[in-house]
Ligand binder design. Structure first.
Ligand code: ACO
Length: 411
C-alpha cells in the first residue's frame, strides 16, 4: 500500500467526506445530514490515507456503548465511513486502515468493534461476524387485522410535531429506556438523538415529511412511532403506503396501539417496515402473517477486539464452563485457549492451558456474542468444532439471548 495513513485533521473533513461520497456513487449527502455527520465525527478516531493532497482512503469510528446480554453497556468502536478511492482499490488500502484501526481500538481499551457493511463479504477477513439481523415487511392492511393488547383502552394517541424539541425528547426517553432490554442497541450520546429526525426531502421518495404519533397514558409517553405516508399516485389505483421509520414502546399495550394505528390509517392499504427486530411482536398480533411479506437481512457485524474482556462483559442465560480454542489471524493477541465461566449473574474469561472443548475463530464468537446466532447453527455449518461431547449444547444455550439482538439505525 502506498500513501500516508494518519489521523484526520478537522480542517480536512470536507475533502475526506467528499472521498467517501464519491466512493458511494458521488451523490452528495443532503446538507442537514452532512452537517450532522460532521458534528458527530470524532476526528481523533478518524483515519485518512493521503497521497500528497489527495485523500484516497477514509475510515472513522464512533465511541459507542453497546447493550449486551444482561443489560450492560460495553464500550465499542462504531466503525464507519470506510471507503477507498475507486482509482486505488484492491491494493491493500482498506487492509492497512483496518490494521491501524483495530490496533487503536485495542489501545483505547474497547473490547468490541461493530459496523454495518455495505457488502457482507468485506469484513469477515478482519474478524467480524454477523451478530444481528433485521426484519423488513410489507403488510397488506386491506387483508390483515391486528389484535389489541390488554390496557390499550387507557392510552391516548396524539399526533405530535416531530420538529418540536419536547416531542423529540419524549421519543428519545423511550429509546433510552429500551436500550438495556435489547442487545445490539447503542446508548445514544448527545447529538445522536437528532438522527431519527433527519428528514431530507431527497430521501422521501414521494412520501410525506416525517409524522409522529405518541401513545400517552396518565400524561406520560409510553411509546412513539415516526412514519411517513406515501399517497396513492392513482385515484383509481391502490391506496397509499404507510412507511414506518422508527417505533419504540415501553409496554405491550402501547406497542399494540401504535401498530393498530399504523395499520388503520384511511386511504392506505400497506404498511412498509424497513428495519425491525426479527422477533418483533407485531408478527403475533396479525391475523395473516402470509400477507406481510417478511424478509430478513444481515445488520450489525461485530468483532471481539479483546476476547477475554468481551466475553467477561456479558452474562449467560444458563451456566457455562468451557474452554474455547480461538483462532484470530488479524488480531493474534486473541489467539489461544480461553476458559469462560459464567451464568445469568456474571462471567469471567481467562487464558488457560487446559484442553480445548470448542474450537472456532474469532468471527464465530462475534456472530454468537449478542445471543442472536446459535453456536449450534455455526457448528452445523462446520464453523465451530466440538472437542468435548456436550460442550456445544452447553455453550450454545448459555450464549443465547431472551430477545433477538437488534441495531435500530445505521451509523
Ligand atoms: C463500515 C462501512 O463503512 S462499510 C463501507 C465500505 N465502503 C464501500 O463499500 C465503498 C465502496 N468500496 C470501497 O471503497 C472499497 O472497495 C473497499 C473499502 C470496500 C475495499 O477497499 P480496498 O482498498 O480495495 O480493499 P483491500 O485492497 O484492502 O482488500 C482487502 C481484501 O478484501 C477484498 N475485498 C475488498 N473489497 C471487497 C468487496 N467489496 N467484496 C469482496 N471482497 C472485497 C479484496 O479482494 C482483498 O482480498 P484478498 O486479501 O484476498 O486479496
Amino acid at each position: 500500500m502506498t500513501g500516508d495513513l494518519r489521523v484526520l485533521r478537522p480542517a480536512e473533513w470536507d475533502r475526506w467526506f467528499g472521498v467517501l461520497e464519491l466512493a458511494f456513487g458521488g451523490v452528495p449527502a443532503p446538507p442537514a445530514e452532512r452537517e450532522l455527520w460532521q458534528a458527530l465525527t470524532e476526528h481523533e478516531r478518524s483515519l485518512g490515507v493521503w497521497e500528497g493532497d489527495d485523500c484516497i482512503g477514509t475510515a472513522g469510528a464512533f465511541s459507542f456503548r453497546l447493550s449486551v446480554p444482561g443489560g450492560s453497556l460495553v464500550p465499542a468502536a462504531g466503525v464507519t465511513m470506510v471507503s477507498v478511492a475507486s482509482t486505488h482499490r484492491r491494493r491493500g488500502v482498506l487492509t492497512s486502515m483496518m490494521r491501524r484501526q483495530l490496533d487503536d481500538v485495542r489501545a483505547w481499551g474497547e473490547p468490541l468493534a461493530v459496523l454495518t457493511a455495505s457488502e457482507p463479504a468485506i469484513y469477515g477477513r478482519f474478524g467480524y461476524g454477523i451478530a444481528t439481523w433485521q426484519l423488513s415487511a410489507e403488510i397488506d392492511t386491506d387483508r390483515v387485522r391486528l389484535a389489541g393488547a390488554p390496557g390499550s383502552g387507557e392510552l391516548r394517541l396524539r399526533l405530535a410535531q416531530p420538529t418540536d424539541a419536547a416531542v423529540r425528547a419524549e421519543c428519545e426517553a423511550v429509546y433510552a429506556a429500551e436500550v438495556a432490554g435489547r442487545p445490539g442497541m447503542p446508548a445514544r450520546r448527545p447529538g445522536w438523538e437528532r438522527l431519527p429526525f433527519l428528514d431530507p426531502p431527497q430521501d422521501r421518495d414521494g412520501a410525506s415529511p416525517l409524522q409522529c404519533v405518541l401513545a400517552r397514558r396518565d400524561g406520560r409517553t409510553a411509546g412513539y412511532a415516526l412514519f411517513r405516508i406515501k399517497p396513492s399516485s392513482d385515484a383509481a389505483g391502490p391506496d397509499g403506503t404507510v412507511v414506518l421509520e422508527h417505533l419504540g414502546a415501553l409496554d405491550p399495550a402501547a406497542y399494540a396501539a401504535l401498530w393498530r394505528f399504523l395499520c388503520d390509517i384511511d386511504l392506505t392499504s400497506t404498511v412498509r417496515v424497513g428495519n425491525r427486530p426479527v422477533d418483533d411482536a407485531w408478527q403475533h398480533l396479525v391475523s395473516d402473517i402470509r400477507r406481510c411479506q417478511v424478509r430478513v437481512r444481515d445488520s450489525l457485524h461485530l468483532r471481539l477486539v479483546e476476547v477475554g474482556a468481551a466475553l467477561s462483559a456479558r452474562t449467560y442465560r444458563t451456566p457455562v464452563d468451557a474452554v474455547f480454542e480461538v483462532a484470530d489471524d488479524f488480531c493474534p493477541w486473541n489467539a489461544g485457549r480461553w476458559r469462560l465461566t459464567g451464568d445469568a449473574k456474571g462471567a469471567s474469561c481467562e487464558r488457560t492451558e487446559d484442553p480445548a472443548e470448542l474450537s472456532l475463530t474469532v468471527r464465530e464468537l462475534g456472530a454468537a456474542y449478542l445471543g442472536g446466532v446459535p453456536l449450534t447453527s455455526l457448528a452445523a455449518a462446520g464453523r465451530v468444532r466440538e472437542l468435548r461431547k456436550g460442550a456445544l449444547a452447553e455453550a450454545s444455550s448459555a450464549f443465547g439471548s431472551e430477545v433477538a439482538p437488534w441495531l435500530p439505525h445505521g451509523f
